[in-house]
Ligand binder design. Sequence first.
Ligand code: SF4
Length: 216
Amino acid sequence: MVSTKAPEDAYSAEPFVPDRGGLPALRRAAADCRGCPLHRDATQTVFGSGDAHARVMLVGEQPGDQEDRQGKPFVGPAGKLLDRALAEAGIDPADAYVTNAVKHFKFTQAEPRKRRIHKAPSLREMTACGPWLAAELAVVEPELIVVLGATAGKALLGSSFRVTQVRGTVLEEEIHGRAERLVPTVHPSAVLRSDDREAAYRGLVADLEVAARALG
Ligand code: SF4
């Protein structure tokens, strides 16, 4: 019997990414992306949001439950905490472009109508979704990328990325053919899950202050 299922290595957003039209065209096209199976269970694509000329781009993991329902990144509890930490560090959240490494919500659910539990995207799903992030970087051309957590770090810097080793430092790397400056830190949802939430929050703000100084 011949399988009609595409091999996982064939997962890619590439055929769906338009080569012109800026962020509005990218956002429209991403709404119909079928580059990997994550679109099947999620409500909608959650594309990046913010000014096309933003000086700083914040990259998280994937949309959460609230983001999936509202269609916007970082609108749930982690997003609110991030906004507070950014403002405290001296970065106006309104001046940042925010996005995720993966544009559809991945979750498990014991039964219909039960709570949807976040599930980390696989390396293949991250790689499949990479062309959207590359296209956002090419349009926005940020002066600095703030890497929020391990998934974003692996998507941008490779699978050996360890957030604990490099958080709060300014990295200089070539990404998708462009020299980029990056400041990694933890994902704000890790702060919400932390046993010592205040200390974790202070650590996030300290890392974002490094980003603020790097922006000048
Ligand atoms: S997760 Fe990314 S690659 Fe997969 S369907 Fe969604 S937008 Fe496309």
